[in-house]
Design a protein around this ligand. Structure first.
Ligand code: SIN
Length: 486
């Protein structure tokens, strides 16, 4: 079976989805490539501003009916969508691996991970409750209502082409909003397959629209400036997030931004080293190092520095790189050659400034998008790797001596998404959890993402939270009603 011979061929969609229709007539297309092989796997419609406007208008038209349905009704549709996704997990995973490159086992994990947000918000839909507040005088009552914000623009990245759509669209739909999605141009197929299953689950026409196109800046400009759109939710790089924020300001839209991270992972002398190594594997090499929550800066205390490196090198040397559809492969390719070049540049800077390569290398024997996982020792804060997100399978290891120094180094960055810390000292666990300036902290845990927890960052890593009971708030407005004359 090739990656794209699907059991359910209808999941292979290649055009924008607007108002319940696949929008193909007379349009130009662009190629979507498999990063492992370079093979063109699809030609997808190259849509732009007119289609984005049409999608926004479709979402506006569908809003009143969707918003006014009962929460239970919306919940049932989301639940059906979740069930269908799990039923077609294998096809969705194969599509994902073909367009994004991650190994099939991880792709299956992403389908379940993404679906878990749909399941979660199908349940939360029924728990959007208001409030009655003590009034200032006896003849008044203060009522608080929660209402959907309206039309939502969801702009998503290529690293989790399924889960990031699910994590945004599910709470939006649960809250009663309608959505226009713009998936990353490299990986539109997973999003389109989700739209197909959504329609089969009963999501009404116009409630979930998808625009595919190469001109992301123009589409983004329309989504952030069109007054019909009331909320923009974005996952992606910090520079692009800042542009979208500035553009959204003109019409004062509500915004959620899940931006870049540069996660520290701190290992103290007293840590359980097996646990710490497992934590590094889970947080550093997931998706070949291409996640916002990847540990990027490993700070290891001097007393265990050499032993830790020795153990890390052993595991990293055993990682197998290759095409993600092949058995036994742990790491797939990076998304494109430009991404590989970016990793090379940062590694070269570190080596020029004194870092040592102690595992892996830069071999690309599998093809131009591959980068063999690497461990760098003797890394210093003066190197680019300290303040620049790597987005590749490179583990730079810094040495530190005291807890104060570890905290200072970890916090010395403009990003604040995720941080990790390994120690057996319970008091230190709390000190680190409280003093690390990050939205998410894994203590003795390298796998922190799940639908029950609030995902999001502080500082330049973003605004808002996704998942958990807090995740729906970003799609709701609070209305206060003063009821007088009682
Ligand atoms: C991301 O990299 O943006 C998302 C990672 C996750 O959900 O764990």
């Amino acid at each position: 079976m090739t990656a794209l011979s699907l059991t359910k061929p209808e999941l292979f969609r290649t055009s924008s989805f607007i108002s319940g229709r696949w929008h193909t007539v007379g349009d130009s297309t662009y190629p979507v490539k498999n990063p492992a092989t370079g093979e063109i796997i699809a030609q997808v419609t190259d849509h732009g501003v007119p289609e984005t406007r049409a999608a926004i208008e479709a979402a506006e038209k569908a809003l009143p009916d969707w918003r006014d349905r009962t929460a239970k009704d919306r919940s049932k549709i989301l639940r059906r969508w979740y069930d269908l996704i799990l039923q077609h997990k294998e096809d969705l995973a194969r599509l994902l691996t073909a367009e994004q490159g991650k190994v099939l086992e991880e792709a299956r994990g992403e389908i379940v991970y993404g679906a878990s947000y749909i399941e979660w918000f199908s349940e939360e839909a029924k728990r959007i409750n208001g409030d009655i507040i003590a009034p200032p005088s006896a003849d008044k009552r203060i009522l608080v209502m929660k209402q959907p914000v309206g039309v939502v623009a969801a702009i998503t990245p290529w690293n989790f082409p399924n889960a990031m759509i699910a994590r945004k669209v599910a709470p939006a739909l649960a809250a009663g909003c309608t959505v226009v999605s713009k998936p990353a141009e490299d990986t539109p197929l997973s999003c389109l397959a989700l739209a197909q299953l959504g329609a089969e689950a009963g999501i009404p026409d116009g409630v979930f629209n998808v625009v595919c196109g190469l001109d992301s800046p123009a589409i983004g400009q329309e989504l952030t400036s069109n007054p019909i759109v009331r909320k923009v939710t974005f996952t992606g790089s910090t520079p692009v997030g800042k542009i979208l924020l500035a553009q959204s300001a003109a019409t004062v839209k509500k915004v959620s931004m899940e931006l870049g991270g540069n996660a520290p992972l701190i290992v103290f002398d007293d840590a359980d080293l097996d646990l710490a190594i497992r934590g590094v594997l889970a947080s550093k090499f997931r998706n070949a190092g291409q996640t916002c929550v990847c540990s990027n800066r490993l700070f290891v205390q001097e007393g265990i520095y050499d032993e830790f490196l020795e153990r890390l090198v052993k595991v990293v040397d055993s990682l197998v790189v290759g095409n993600g559809v092949e058995e036994g492969v742990h790491l797939g390719p990076l998304i494109h050659e430009k991404a590989v070049a970016g990793v090379h540049e940062k590694v070269a800077d570190a080596i020029a400034k004194g870092a040592r390569v102690i595992a892996g290398g830069e071999s690309n024997e599998n093809g131009p998008c591959f980068f063999a996982p690497m461990v760098l020792a003797d890394v210093l804060p003066s190197m680019r790797l300290f303040n620049e997100e790597i987005f590749g399978p490179v583990a730079p290891v810094f040495r530190f001596s005291s807890e104060t120094e570890a905290l200072r180094l970890a916090n010395a960055d403009e990003s604040g998404l995720a941080a990790y810390c390994f120690t057996k000292d319970m008091a230190r666990c709390f000190r680190m959890a409280e003093k690390l300036e990050f939205g998410m902290v894994g203590i003795n845990d390298g796998a922190i993402s799940n639908e029950m927890a609030p995902f999001g960052g502080v500082k330049e890593s973003g605004l808002g939270r996704e998942g958990s009971r807090y995740g729906i708030d970003d799609y709701l407005e609070i209305k206060y009603v003063s009821l007088g004359g009682l």
